[in-house]
Design a protein around this ligand. Structure first.
Ligand code: 6R9
Length: 646
């Protein structure tokens, strides 16, 4: 891994919300006196009944219980909308940028208030009450955010299911949480292609008859079938409701949403987040990690179907009265300059995206970036997977023109918000490192026996105390919650990630520990080998998995996607093996390299290693569930060209 250091630019140190002294001071306080620290931070919200209890947490085996601000009451939609009306009613809350560059819209806080109240009243008219679960299966249009906020307004619990999921996945998620109401659209639109959301919903509902009301938002105007007595058009229903909807008084620990994790094993888990602590945490991380200053335009490219969309497209920005950009499209449509053009069009200051998107854009070269101005950009962010130093450097040099710090933010659906990340005005950056913990976060690194390691070390990442944004349970299965996260290391939350800490106390996430390969008794982070491969000028993307090796225990199997215009060859194969061998050491040399035109990914862009492992093991007959793949055709090519044929 690169150990290059980028110091905090002087102007950032001078004007950022958090400088190094503030970081050290606040971090110390947050660990020494969590009650006092969070009691103060809780005040960033408007409470109906103020809390007197701040933290009530146990990680004890068999007795895990997590409560924050438990006797306080509030309404989340009031905190995201109503309280801003007096000072920023006419400020834009959402800029919507459609799939087609000609489609866009601006929604002010005042308009958002009206729209959310209307949607809430439509839900109420359908009989939705406090505590009921509502499934949202929507494209990235403003109505998706209205739906989420409308649920929060009336105390219903939303479960957003990504619009790219299949009918089966949707049905499973509806059933698991027992939703009786579904909000969807006729069709979605991505890269000019129609996504048949209503037809998918119909197929899903044929399997789960639980849903008694389906609210359909008109997006493309396509003809869709409407079931009498069950389905209603939103634009018709909304004509009959009032513009005002009194907010429900909620306890801080009342559920806010359920979000299913794209389970690598078993059925997806319904991660449950509650109201007060979650909003305090996403509001605070949004403000400080992105150093958000009034009137700036913030763009997080995540879909609201993922936790990043929940926390940093909708709730964090709105809680802070920010302007958030909602993007319906994809980064390379209609051209590979789209992202940079959108930044110029709307004057985006802060841009937050995933390494996989950056690598794809990087593959297109510098020209599509350089032909745009990007002068509005101040800060860049990364999330979702370890960012390889090669992509980091490109992001910094080409996209940010050496002017914009990069915040590499490590967190999970389960954590609600960012846990490890730099503060741009305080933290010197190292490409590939998420750097240091956020306030109140206590990362520890343990070995396989659970022994806590000190100083510079490498092992499994655990968290020994709670933070307000932590998930509270797996919906309907507290036992599974405790087993999954609290049984591996007693009295600690196990992240499932491997991690290295360097001499400066910086954290380097090495990837899921189930992705760690043991080669001749040496542990090898797949991310490290991938990073090395991707640093080769002819390589665009790489994924590395282990496979059974008669002498080494596990061998290293690398799937490599080449840059446009590069041809696979035996020579290049040898060159890459030598490259990695030289870069990391002989133990890291790939045993097998398969050139792959593309890699199997979930619709959120995560490489599906489970599939790659099976193919590497020559066990492709039992690939399991491939329904969450964005392009199932990729797998056939991988199988046909597998390198480990027996
Ligand atoms: C927010 C989100 C969580 C897993 C997590 C880790 C990986 C996320 C990362 C990162 C290295 C980062 N991950 N951010 N790894 N550096 N900055 O992505 O949530 O979809 O639940 O994924 O993603 O492995 O455990 P989620």
């Amino acid at each position: 891994m690169s150990e290059k250091v980028y110091p905090v630019p002087q102007d950032w140190a001078a004007r950022a919300l958090i400088d190094e002294a503030a970081y050290r001071d606040m971090y110390d306080r947050s660990i020494k006196d969590p009650e006092g620290f969070w009691a103060e931070q809780g005040k960033r919200l408007d409470w109906i009944k103020p809390y007197t209890k701040v933290k009530n947490v146990s990680f004890a085996p068999g007795k895990v219980s997590i409560k924050w601000f438990e006797d306080g009451t509030l309404n989340l939609s009031v905190n995201c909308i109503d309280r801003h009306l007096a000072t920023r009613g006419d400020q834009v809350a959402f800029i919507w940028e459609g799939d087609d560059p000609k489609d866009d819209a601006k929604i002010t806080y005042r308009q958002l208030h009206t729209e959310v109240c209307r949607m809430a009243n439509v839900l109420k008219a359908q009989g939705v009450k406090k505590g009921d679960r509502v499934t949202i299966y929507m494209p990235m249009i403003p109505e998706a955010t209205y739906a989420m906020l409308a649920c929060a307004r009336i105390g219903a619990v939303h479960s957003v299911v990504f619009g790219g999921f299949s009918p089966d996945s949707l049905a499973g998620r509806i059933e698991d949480c027992g939703s009786t109401c579904l909000i969807t659209a006729d069709e979605g639109l991505r890269a000019g292609k129609k996504v048949p959301l209503k037809a998918n919903a119909d197929a899903a509902l044929a399997k789960s008859p639980l849903v008694t009301s389906v609210i359909v938002v008109k997006r493309t105007g396509a003809a869709v079938s409407m079931t009498e007595g069950r389905d209603l058009w939103y634009h018709e229903a909304v004509k009959n409701v009032s513009d005002n909807c009194p907010p429900e008084e909620m306890s801080a620990e009342d559920p806010l949403f359920i979000l299913y994790t794209s389970g690598s094993t078993g059925k997806p888990k319904g991660v449950l987040h509650t109201t007060g602590g979650y909003l305090v945490y996403v509001s605070m991380t949004f403000q400080y990690v992105f150093d958000y200053q009034d009137a700036e335009i913030f763009w997080c490219t995540a879909d609201v179907g993922w936790v990043t969309g929940h926390s940093y497209v909708v709730y964090g920005p709105l809680a802070c009265g920010a302007t958030s950009l909602l993007f319906e499209g994809v980064p390379n449509y209609p051209s590979v300059s789209r992202v940079w053009e959108v930044i110029d069009k709307h004057g985006v200051s802060i841009f937050y995206t995933a390494p996989t998107a950056l690598r794809a854009l990087m593959q297109a070269g510098d020209e599509p970036v350089k032909k745009t101005s990007r002068k509005s950009l101040r800060l860049l962010g990364s999330v979702g997977e370890p960012i390889n130093p090669e992509a980091w450097e490109w992001y910094h040099r080409v996209v940010g023109e050496d002017r914009c710090p990069i915040v590499d933010t490590w967190w999970q659906t389960e954590t609600g918000g960012i846990l490890i990340a730099p503060f741009p005005g305080a933290t010197a950056l190292k490409p590939g490192s998420a750097t240091r913990p956020f306030f109140g976060v206590q990362p520890k690194i343990v070995d396989a026996e659970g022994e806590v390691l000190e100083g510079a070390c490498e092992g499994n990442l655990i968290l020994t105390d709670s933070w307000p944004g932590q998930m509270r349970t797996v919906y309907g299965d507290h036992q599974r919650f405790m087993e999954t996260y609290f049984s591996t290391y007693p009295n600690a939350y196990f992240t499932g990630d491997g991690c290295r800490r360097d001499d400066d106390g910086y954290y380097w996430i090495t990837g899921r520990v189930d992705d760690v390969i043991n080669v001749s008794g040496h542990r090898m982070g797949t991310a490290e080998v991938e990073s090395s491969l991707v640093a080769h000028s002819k390589v665009s993307e790489a994924a590395v998995v282990g496979y059974p090796h008669s002498i080494k225990g596990q061998g290293i199997y690398a799937y490599v996607t080449l840059m446009a215009g590069e041809e696979p060859s035996e020579e290049l194969r040898k060159e890459l093996v030598q490259w990695v061998r030289k870069d990391i050491g002989p133990i890291a040399s790939p045993d097998l390299i398969q050139f792959a035109p593309s890699l199997p990914k979930t619709r959120s862009g995560k490489i599906m290693r489970r599939i790659l492992r099976k193919i590497a093991e020559d066990e492709y007959g039992s690939l399991g569930d491939t329904s969450t793949l964005s392009d199932p055709g990729v797998v056939d090519d991988l199988i046909a060209n597998r390198q480990n044929k027996r």
